[in-house]
Design a protein around this ligand. Sequence first.
Ligand SMILES: [Zn+2]
Length: 320
Amino acid sequence: MQKVSEDDLEQAKKYFEKYLEEKNVIENLRARLDNLLQKDCSDSVRKDIDYIKSNLQNIIDADLEQMKKYNNKLKNITDILRKKTKAEKRNKDEQAVYKLSEIFNDFYEAFSKTKKYPYKIIKFLHLKCCPYCNISYTYTVIDNDNNEFLIRPNLDHYFSKSLYPYLSLTFNNLIPVCSFCNSSLKGSKEFLPVHPYFESLDNFMKFGISISNIHNLYKDEDAFDIEIDANPEAEEHIENFKLQERYQYHKDIVNELLIKKKCYCPEYVENLIKFFNENGIQVNSSYVDLLITGNYTSSENINKRPLAKLNKDIWELISK
Ligand SMILES: [Zn+2]
């Protein structure tokens, strides 16, 4: 939900480039595309394949705006794939475009199968929880002693592999996310989430509460609902990842925050800080907030723990 740090992105990208170099990916891809250009197809499809071949390095390096530009330029390819023509009914252009898709898919699968590279690249990003929802953990575990790659989050293709195959190996098109967001909710749907390498969802939305029964506020979770106030940039994201619906399952957290805010009055917090300091533990008020709420309360720490964005927004709201 918080933008990934520039340093982490740079480290991850460097490691991805190491993979490309070690496996000679650009050259091998070019050779397969050269081969494809020998096949019979119309001039317009040939031109597109040739364009991809000539711009391979730039396509792999593309940022979000550049990816969008390539998608505009190569719209014909996506239009053909969107028709989902069955294999036995494909004309020459469709056959060539599906072959293009297959080639990129082969290279992506080869990358995925190395295990070492996707695992380590994701690890460099330090995303302990899903950047799309901030609900699930998405850490990566590698057993270095036994060289075993144990668990990692899904890699979402921001622009889907099935419609934009030429972006299959574009670093900025690969985002580690939880399986609810990736497989269950995004799937092959065509919408653009807030991109965690370029934008911060934290800037585009805020959690709040709507109270329906003030008398039961501290006793009953049904006395309020979690609400999301969103900028236009985040509306599609929230709708497609069902954040409104999913966050209702975390009303217990909000309920606890309301109770804690009521009980931990400013004098108590002041005493708490004094008590820590007297015992040799130097704490500031934001650390005490972390201890009281059980989660982070500042923007820069949202990616460190699930539900930190909810915790931060509600704590801010009730601390006003
Ligand atoms: Zn998620």
